[in-house]
Design a protein around this ligand. Structure first.
Ligand SMILES: NC(=O)C1=CN([C@@H]2O[C@H](COP(=O)(O)OP(=O)(O)OC[C@H]3O[C@@H](n4cnc5c(N)ncnc54)[C@H](OP(=O)(O)O)[C@@H]3O)[C@@H](O)[C@H]2O)C=CC1
Ligand SMILES: O=C(O)C1=N[C@H](C(=O)O)C[C@H](O)C1
Length: 232
């Protein structure tokens, strides 16, 4: 496929390396001070930039009728606007807080655990995410998706990074070293703890999932999620 990369940082470069190994061609690259190639040659755009740039990048692709896969986190207050724009342009759009197949399986395990744990009121759920010190947003998009999975299957109503009320889930964000992304859900009672952890060893899983999503999106119209891509 002919791919555009919107954002050419850690993720953009990882996607470029893996996409080339898979036989795809990068026809356009854009960073804050870089623009190479021609966007309109692209069959799909893969967008991993910064929260402030994501909406403009996504809207630009939709308006130019280029299918767009976005993994940028921290801009979701404007997600519904992008859904509306995609419909108006009859475009193709996938956003995921995490494109790794392992994390998407973890999301399903998390929802299953939330259902099982819901009646057992002596356990209280909490989430911890650990990332590298360059990460701009907190909590991670993945931690928010995990919290939403618990909220969907329990009496919890929202998440917080402060001291939680009874109907809130606490998310703790830790920034250290070059951690690629570690997410833990823990159910803690006075006598024991049940915890589930996903730990990314490299960024390759995120990048492979985004390339898979771009391939899957070919010839499809609408707004999709990684659950659609993976059929889970
Ligand atoms: N959904 C998922 O699976 C994953 C999501 N992410 C998310 O992806 C995003 C990027 O992560 P990462 O690559 O690690 O971050 P980086 O900081 O390494 O890269 C971000 C890049 O965006 C560039 N940029 C800035 N402004 C624009 C613009 N207007 N248009 C295009 N590019 C621009 C920056 O350019 P410059 O270097 O010149 O400043 C930089 O190269 C983050 O939001 C992160 O949370 C990360 C991993 C997985
Ligand atoms: O910024 C990162 O690095 C990551 N961001 C995503 C998030 O916010 O969930 C996904 C992954 O954990 C890496």
């Amino acid at each position: 496929m002919k791919l555009a990369l919107l954002g050419y940082g850690k993720m953009g470069k990882t996607i470029e390396r893996l996409a080339k190994e898979m036989g795809h061609e990068i026809v356009y690259k854009k960073g804050s001070s870089l623009e190479e190639g021609t966007l309109t040659r692209a069959e799909a755009a893969i967008e991993f930039s910064i929260p402030e740039a994501a909406v403009t990048n996504i809207a630009h692709c939709l308006e130019k009728n280029i299918p767009v896969v976005s993994g940028t986190t921290g801009w979701l207050s404007e997600y519904d606007d992008m859904v509306q724009l995609c419909k108006k342009c009859n475009g193709s759009f996938i956003y995921a807080s995490n494109f790794s197949i392992g994390v998407n399986l973890f999301f399903s395990i998390n929802e299953y655990a939330a259902k099982i744990m819901a009646p057992w009121k002596e356990y209280s759920a909490g989430i911890e995410e650990i990332h590298h010190t360059q990460k701009l947003d907190a909590p991670s998009g993945t931690a928010i998706t995990i919290a939403e999975g618990i909220i969907q299957h329990s009496e919890k109503k929202s998440w917080t990074m402060e001291t939680p009320q009874d109907n809130e889930i606490k998310i703790e964000a830790v920034r250290e070293g070059d951690v690629k992304g570690t997410h833990t859900v823990a159910y803690v009672s006075a006598i024991d703890t049940i915890s589930l952890t996903h730990k990314a060893h490299t960024r390759d899983g995120f990048a492979k999932g985004a390339i898979l999503a771009a391939q899957w999106l070919k010839n499809k119209k609408g707004v999709f999620t990684m659950k659609d891509v993976l059929g889970i």
